[in-house]
Design a protein around this ligand. Structure first.
Ligand code: DQA
Length: 146
């Protein structure tokens, strides 16, 4: 099982960026922990980060055909990235939306997600472990399907 882990704009700045919202781990720290968990769960992870919506769309189009699911933290694109939303729909893959912070407890504009209704579910506010729980969900679903 191959799962894509996609991070959008500014998530390359994790560690230095508003730690009270996003924690102190860098994106590399998070991906390292995820890789370790993926090995235990027998899942193949493919990670991608970009600050550009078009680059993320290109990545989804190129990689979705060989993947079984997508974990996505679209950063601020979450709130207005309609082209990314369309690419996620076109992937026909199950999607789990992850946010480090609880977007529902912050500014009004963060409460709306254009990804939420095309996702299986959303994990928000649980910090970096949100990615881990999303990965565990996919591994578990896969196992249940045999
Ligand atoms: C975020 C929340 C977004 O509103 C913000 O623009 C981000 C990070 C999160 O992980 O909490 O870049 O997606």
């Amino acid at each position: 099982m191959r799962v894509l882990v996609i991070n959008g704009p500014n998530l390359n700045m994790l560690g230095a960026r508003e730690p009270s919202y996003y924690g102190v781990k860098t994106l590399d720290d998070i991906l390292e922990a995820l890789e370790e968990a993926a090995r235990d769960l027998d899942v193949e992870l493919e990670a991608f980060q970009s600050n550009h919506e078009g680059a993320i769309i290109d990545y989804v189009q190129a990689n979705a055909p060989d993947a079984s699911g997508i974990i996505v933290n679209a950063g601020a694109l979450t709130h207005y990235g309609l082209a990314l939303r369309d690419a996620l729909i076109d992937s026909r893959l199950p999607i789990i939306e992850v946010h480090l912070s609880n977007i529902h407890a912050r500014e009004e504009f963060r409460r709306h997600s254009v990804v939420a209704d095309v996702a299986v579910g959303q994990i928000a506010g649980l910090g970096w472990k949100g990615y881990l729980y999303a990965l565990e969900y996919f591994a578990d679903e896969m196992k249940n399907r045999g």
